[in-house]
Design a protein around this ligand. Structure first.
Ligand SMILES: [Mg+2]
Length: 212
């Protein structure tokens, strides 16, 4: 059995919805935190915990913003349908927040899409977030990797789809990798095997090759 583990920002959607929200509704301080992450000083989970605490927005404004700006990569609905029809588990695992991911996934055939992401709560002082690993334990590091290892422990072969730095450790333990942007650069420069993609028609083609 195969599980497709798919990142959200810059992978399933064409941009980074989290960053767009921070640009629109948070103080510019979030960029300094992002800088710490780029330099490898804090984990992606800690980065998001600190950044989203700066995001002051109501649920309604957040959802309206997401509906207006988030754009799926071409071929996503067809791809998800394809997974359902051939019995592939499709699981979105993201360090992003359910508050902005769910409105995007709601339009897709959601019963076949699993979502594991940060759980966000809107408070008077920004959005407070928490990550739960597959065993329900608070996760402060390696959230994506914890889910990948869980799928593998269930006897699944994992096809990993992603774009960035926070996808590297999980994708290195995946059975197959379909990559774009800096994740693709990483796999290419390390001489590792991967499939590249721009849209989900490319992903579909890669999956067909993998499953032959
Ligand atoms: Mg991403």
């Amino acid at each position: 059995m195969f599980t497709v583990q798919c990142d959200f920002d810059d992978t399933l959607v064409t941009g980074n919805v989290g960053h767009s929200l921070l640009n629109a509704f948070a103080s510019a301080k979030w960029r300094a935190i992002e800088n710490l992450y780029s330099k490898g000083e804090i984990t992606v989970e800690e980065t998001n915990r600190r950044e989203f605490a700066l995001l002051n927005v109501t649920k309604q404004t957040l959802e309206e913003y997401v509906f207006e700006t988030a754009e799926l990569r071409p071929g996503v609905p067809e791809f998800i349908q394809h997974c359902a029809s051939i019995g592939l588990n499709f699981s979105v695992v993201s360090n992003g927040i359910d508050l902005y991911i769910e409105p995007v996934l709601r339009d897709l055939i959601s019963s076949t899409v699993e979502l594991h992401s940060a759980h966000g709560k809107i408070t008077e002082n920004g959005i407070s977030i928490s990550y739960l690993d597959p065993y329900g334990i608070d996760c402060l590091d390696g959230f994506k990797l914890s889910w990948l290892r869980y799928f593998k422990s269930q006897g699944q072969k994992v096809i990993y789809i992603g774009d960035g730095k926070s996808d590297i450790s999980a994708s290195l333990e995946a059975d197959y990798v379909i990559a774009t942007s800096s994740l693709e650069d990483y796999f290419r420069s390390e001489g590792l095997r991967y499939f590249e993609f721009d849209d989900f028609y490319d992903v579909l083609q890669a999956i067909d090759t993998i499953l032959i």
